[in-house]
Design a protein around this ligand. Sequence first.
Ligand SMILES: C[S@@+](CC[C@H](N)C(=O)[O-])C[C@H]1O[C@@H](n2cnc3c(N)ncnc32)[C@H](O)[C@@H]1O
Length: 272
Amino acid sequence: MEYDISPKEFEQFRALIYQECGISLNDSKKTLLVSRLSKRLRMLELDSFQAYYDRVAGETDGEEFTLLLDLVSTNKTDFFREPKHFDFLREQILPTLQSTRRVRIWSSASSSGEEPYTIAMTLRDSVPDPERWDCKILASDISTRVLAKAASGIYEADRVRDLPPDLVERHFLKGKGERAGMIKVKPHLIEMVRYRRINLMDDTFPIKGHLDLIFCRNVMIYFDRPTQTKLVNKFHRYLKPGGFLFIGHSENIQSLDQPFKAVAPTIYRKEM
Ligand SMILES: C[S@@+](CC[C@H](N)C(=O)[O-])C[C@H]1O[C@@H](n2cnc3c(N)ncnc32)[C@H](O)[C@@H]1O
């Protein structure tokens, strides 16, 4: 069965996705939406986009909405993606925290976990006494599907192909037998990260105390300027004075009405 989306139906999906997760779909995304969703409609044996909309709109924190989001957004990520951020963390930030050995970090669009585990590996490998650090990394995403993958810590071995072999040896277990070709993050990293579903559009976040670092990389690019402005100002409230915000390399918050000071490309700091 071939499906066609009416302007009204597209508008309904666009409004729902924008309202629930801040992603703005422009008209050029119509073909993408139709081609990606048609498969789903066929699977559910629904006869129109309207029928699918009615189903999804009724349960925006449920499985079907997560599935819809996965179809329209990208979860693309990598270990050590945009590596300059982790150099900055290792060289400029962690040494200043050595006296307290306490750090609170939020990876706020963590996708399948590569980003929070990279933060954990950076800390483990660059401070002299990692076992004595009180380090907590909160990793969150809107998609429960990617969070489940992240929490499992299991990936295809290909994902670490380009990392230094000694780093892989220190932080991953290689699958054998049935699990050949897979790797698993070692427990010392898994223990450092806690996962939960958080929607960046929420007015407040379930976070107690103030954070040293927030990573929000490669998601703001899908949000419009008012949504970005609101989010960056919210992040500011959750950071300690002197805390840092990391954004994606193709993102820019300089022209938004927000109080951060740029300290390096795509790295911002809250005033002390
Ligand atoms: C491209 S991935 C970025 C992953 C990682 N930060 C990186 O840079 O490699 C974007 C993630 O943002 C998540 N996302 C989209 N809208 C969101 C929202 N409103 N709240 C929380 N996460 C959201 C998506 O589910 C996706 O996993």
